[in-house]
Design a protein around this ligand. Structure first.
Ligand code: GDD
Ligand code: MN
Length: 413
């Protein structure tokens, strides 16, 4: 048995979590490859063989001999690493790393990349929840020049199979929170929670990555030099073997991660360049918003003015706001976001957009009512000026969150 066909484990890199600009020299392995795909595992004994076999078959066809699969196992008690190791003779492109001193999904991925020889560095879960077929699409987008190609649940062809309302809500809630804390990073992709993507080595080399918890993509976008991003839709499948390692700790880690990234990458100019703010769209949204202001003001007058119905201010405002929301949706769907709506035809999808728009605007309306009352009661005792200020605050919220969720606009190539 020569060194190549032996099934020795990869040495675990130590020190800073930094990807070298050039692949490490490794006499045991052959030349640098195009793609190094890391498969992080923890207790995936019953999945690993199937994953390796499917991925090998796909990649043998697409880029024979020009890839490597790197299983990075955190010393799983079910001996996943050992099962993986036993597959090496059958799969010559497979490498296995067993980490005994460090733990955690994100650092596992980075350690794998540090030992990788590829120009494209990728990651895919080891539990078959990420459909392997999407891999060839991601690869093609990288070959076509993207710096980062990610599989997204929130573009055409994407979705989640049978998530509970609660899990969907938590996932979206995490996204909204991220958009608020770190718009320059989360605003660039439709699915910032994705754990299935590829990135060009040169885009992240020499930057020390510093992730907490699960969301390594945030780290890559936040600290790397990623210019062009491409996305491909995928459906997040149900697990058949093993179980998810996500616990409430991951949510706490996530928030911690957002804040840390925010603080350490707080260069305004860089963020502004990265957000690529859609000015034209915002102007249209603003114009539609103005028509809404008019509707809102008229209804508010009709309901609450002492000379008309003289309803209480809050009740009047809720009615006025909801009618304005309906008005705005019609205009936005037909004009501001026409390009997006055109691709999502049918009354069902339209209804879905309206419901999302409504929920987001209702949150905006709550904000609106709170601001209105605060301004009216404590600052300016004029209901129209107070209403105007309240509307301005809510408009910014409405535009940003609707852009990211209702019409799902991302720079998809
Ligand atoms: N080495 C290592 N160390 N691997 C781990 C660890 C760890 O501490 N924790 C989890 N993994 C491996 C799992 O074995 C699996 O292969 C993969 O990482 C994902 O873990 P799951 O526990 O199955 O996560 P999930 O299915 O809930 O969420 C995944 O998919 C989401 C959607 O793309 C993750 O990739 C999320 O980051 C992602 O948002
Ligand atoms: Mn999973």
């Amino acid at each position: 048995m020569n060194a190549n066909s032996s099934n020795s484990l990869l040495t675990v890199p130590s020190g800073a979590l930094k990807i070298p600009e050039y692949p490490p020299n490794d006499a045991v392995r052959d030349n640098p490859v195009l793609l190094s795909l890391v498969i992080p595992t923890y207790k995936e004994r019953d999945n690993i063989q199937k994953v390796v076999s499917i991925l090998s078959r796909l990649l043998d066809e697409a880029i024979p001999g020009n890839y490597e699969l790197i299983v990075v196992d955190d010393d799983s008690p079910d001996l996943t690493w050992e099962v993986a190791q036993s597959l090496m003779p059958e799969y010559p492109q497979l490498r296995v790393m067993r980490r005994e001193d460090e733990r955690g999904l994100s650092s596992a991925v980075i350690r794998g990349w540090q030992a990788a020889t590829g120009s494209f560095l990728g990651v895919i879960d080891g539990d078959l929840q990420h459909p392997p077929e999407v891999l060839t699409q991601l690869l093609q987008k990288m070959i076509d020049g993207a710096d980062l190609a990610l599989a997204s649940r929130h573009v055409d062809g994407g979705g989640v199979s049978s998530w509970s309302v609660i899990r969907r809500f938590l996932s979206r809630g995490a996204q909204v929170l991220g958009l608020i804390i770190l718009p320059g990073v989360l605003g660039r992709v439709s699915d910032p929670m994705s754990g299935y993507f590829m990135v060009r080595r040169s885009a992240i080399a020499n930057n020390t990555l510093n992730p907490v918890g699960y969301k390594i993509l945030l780290e890559v976008i936040g600290r790397g030099n990623v210019r062009e991003i491409a996305e491909a839709g995928y459906v997040f499948r149900e697990r058949t073997e093993g179980e998810s390692k996500v616990t409430s700790k991951q949510y706490v880690d996530y928030i911690h991660h957002l804040i840390r990234l925010r603080v350490s990458t707080g260069r305004l100019g860089k963020i502004r360049r990265k957000v690529n703010f859609p000015v034209k769209r915002f102007l249209r949204f603003g114009a539609v918003g103005l028509s809404g202001v008019f509707v809102d003001m008229v209804i508010l007058y009709l309901l609450s003015d002492p000379t008309t119905l003289a309803w209480p201010l809050t009740r009047s405002k809720i009615f006025a706001g909801e009618i304005a929301i309906f008005n705005n949706f019609l205009w936005n769907d037909a004009w501001t976001f026409a390009d997006v709506s055109m691709q999502q035809k049918g009354w069902k999808l339209r209804l879905k957009r309206f419901l999302k728009f409504n929920v987001i605007c209702l949150a905006g309306l709550v904000l609106n009512v709170v601001v209105l009352n605060m301004v009216f009661n404590f600052l300016i005792p004029n209901r129209y000026i107070a209403n105007f200020i309240a509307i301005a605050v809510a408009t910014i919220w409405n535009f940003w969150v609707n852009l990211k969720l209702s019409w799902r606009v991302t720079e998809v190539k």
